[in-house]
Design a protein around this ligand. Structure first.
Ligand code: ZN
Ligand code: ZN
Length: 109
């Protein structure tokens, strides 16, 4: 499959912009099959606006914990063998410690 740069017109400001092959591959790898409708500038502006909205929501509710949407995995602590929850998929390359053991190891060094 060969991917070529595409010239697209921005939905918001009407400017022509390049949807580069690299960006297209990135889009595909993220599961998007359609082209972006906005140029980079407009996309960033929208993002910035959404961030502002998000931040004001946080201020309003006052209970943003920072890891709301993080997926947690059950794992067994390699130190004390207790079951614990970690925010990453446990694998052979990632030793899993429970909160207590992690703290101990960190403070020992
Ligand atoms: Zn635009
Ligand atoms: Zn432990």
């Amino acid at each position: 499959m060969t991917v070529k740069d595409k010239i697209l017109q921005c939905y918001d400001c009407g400017t022509e912009f390049t949807f580069t092959a690299q960006e297209q591959e990135q889009f595909l790898s993220m599961g998007y099959t359609n082209s972006p409708r906005r140029c980079n500038a407009c996309r960033q502006e929208r993002k910035a606006r959404q961030n502002v909205k998000l931040q004001s929501n946080v201020r309003n509710t006052g209970k943003y914990s920072g890891n709301d949407k993080k997926e947690m995995f059950s794992a067994v602590c390699i130190e004390c063998k207790k079951e614990t929850q970690v925010p990453f998929k446990p694998g052979p390359s990632k030793p899993v410690y429970c909160g207590m053991c992690y703290y101990k190891i960190k403070t020992n060094r």
